[in-house]
Structure formats: structure tokens, C-alpha cells
Design a protein around this ligand. Sequence first.
Ligand code: IPM
Ligand code: MN
Length: 359
Amino acid sequence: MRGKIAVLPGDGIGPEVIREATGVLKAVEERFGHEFSLTYGEIGAAAIASTGDPFPENTEEICRSSNAILFGAIGAPEYDNNPEARVRPEEGLLRMRKSLGLYANIRPVTTYEDLISLSPLKEERIRNVDFVVYRELTGGIYFGKPSFVAEDHSEAVDTCSYNRNEIVRIATLAFEAARKRSSKLTLVDKANVLATSQLWRKTVQELAAGYPKIELEFMFVDNAAMQIILNPAQFDVILTENMFGDIITDEASVITGSIGLMPSASVGETVSLFEPIHGSYPQAAGKNSANPMASVLSLAMLLEHSFGLAEEGRTVREAVAEVIARGIVTEDLNPTKFFTTTKVGSAISDIILSKSLAE
Ligand code: IPM
Ligand code: MN
């Protein structure tokens, strides 16, 4: 198989974790006889520094002419602490999502038996948790107009807006996912207060008629935030709007032991994008200490979703589980005995290539 992948390392620890993911991709190419050509593009603070634009035209071109996008992270502290910054790195990510039509962000939450003790939750609550969140990614309050700060800074406005079509297209993906899993779908919303949430409920309820075997339940987002802590095993597929999805997936990512493990796929109209859900973690940048596993697991999703390479994806996932079992992990997973980002990445590649590990 041949394919074209756009690689956007971005900011902070992005370049380090992406380097490991591309190393693992090389191992996959070698073992399975594939050939992928990689084209690198700039995004975020790195792109602002060199072009003034967090999502330059050239990067968009690279994305559009590729079969898939592998993305690292975005964000830099000098912008976070400056509310008056004229342009922000995050704007690059949001424009990329919108312009490439990446309307569905898929975030799986899985547990590893070897890491159960790292969970902030009691073992019996976290064991066997396995669910996936379908987060709407190109609508809602992130993109609603009007959005402004009054010139005299006395007021600011954001608008949350959704239309039926925006809900139908992601809800259909979530229903299909539920059909392939254990057939339960939870719509998370705030329909007791918000008009947009009422539209979500009505639209999803109508679609449910086409999926009679799927158990559909509704949950208010405040309750969902509690339930993810109290009884996360109750969930199978969660469907939700953009902002609620942003918040509950950060929450969901830490209950498994480390935010450094959670990959995601953003799919939509054309090319799909794969990224770890952790951010740019600038404090760790350049230290060779960040956990590359979420980025490597994002690569596994890429191989499956964009190229249909199921065995390759499974092999990558199994190699990650294997290095975890052998204790070759970064500091977030074992603060007393830990390895570098590069070591963890090369251990995953070695397992894929069935090499014995020099420890
Ligand atoms: C995420 C991030 C982004 C978001 C930020 C960086 C704009 O938190 O991908 O979850 O809020 O969507
Ligand atoms: Mn987020």
C-alpha cells in the first residue's frame, strides 16, 4: 500500500511525540511492506513565528493533497497569558477543523489492566471501562456568530448555534458506532436550559427510529460529568456537542491513568486528522520526557480509518500494551522508574519489528 500523510508537529511537545509516531510508522512500513510519503507542514505558534499565520495556506494545501493528517499539539504560554494577542495558535486548529470539514471528533476511552492502579478512581470503578465519545467539532459556541468583545471592554458575546444537518451527520456516525459496539448511545446535553440542546434531543430522537436495536438515553451534561467519575462503565457511545465534548473528554482521559494515552480521530467531509488529545504541555517541551503513546495510538487510528489497515492498527496497539506491560514507560506512568520519549517510541517500534528489547 502507498499513501500520502500530512504531518503537522505543531507546538510544545508536539514535535517530540510526532517524531516517535513517525518512527513507529517506519516500523509498520518495514514489517508490512507499505510505503507512505510524509509531507511536513507548520501550524500553531510555530507557524505564527515563521509566517504570521497559525494555519498558513501552504499547510492547508498539504492537508488537502494528503490521504490523512497526523497532528501533534497546538498552544504556547506566551499567548495563553495575553488576552490581547491579535492572533492565537488555537485559531489555526479551529480554522483547520472548519476549512477541512472535520465535524466529528472521535475519542476512545480505554483502560489498560497494567495501569489500573494509576487511575484516580477506585479500581472496581475503572476496570473494564471502554467507551467512545463522538464530539461535534465544527459548530456550537466555538464558531457561533456574533462573537465579540465590546470596544470599551464592558461586555463580551459568544453565540451557540446548531442546525439540524450539523446534528444529523455526526449523530449518524455515532449511531453506526453504537451498532458495531454494544448498542447503547448516550446523548449528553443541557436540554433543560439550552435551545440548541433541545434541537439535539429532538433530532437524535427522530434518527433513533432508524436504529430500533440501539438503546438511546439522554443525560444532562452536569450529571454526565458526575457519572463519568461515579460509574464510567455504564457508557458505550457518548454523543455530544462541541464545548461539552471538549470538557468531558478531558475528564474522561484522566480516569484511565494518564492523559498521555488518549488518541483521537477527527473525521468529516474529506481527509481525516489524527491527534493525541493532550495539549502542547510546554513545560515539558524539549525534555524528551513526554509520553508518545497517545500520538502512536493516533497513528493506529489513522492506519485503520484512512487506509483500512486493521491488522497494522491492531499491531501498533498491541505493541503499546506490550511496552506498558514491560514497564517501558515515561514519567507520567511511573514516576519512580521511567524512560525517555525516544526510548518508549523505539521500544514500540522494536516490538512491531519483533526485535528483542535491549533494556
Ligand atoms: C482540544 C483542544 C482544543 C479545543 C483547543 C486547543 C482549541 O482543547 O482539541 O480538545 O478546545 O477543541
Ligand atoms: Mn480540549
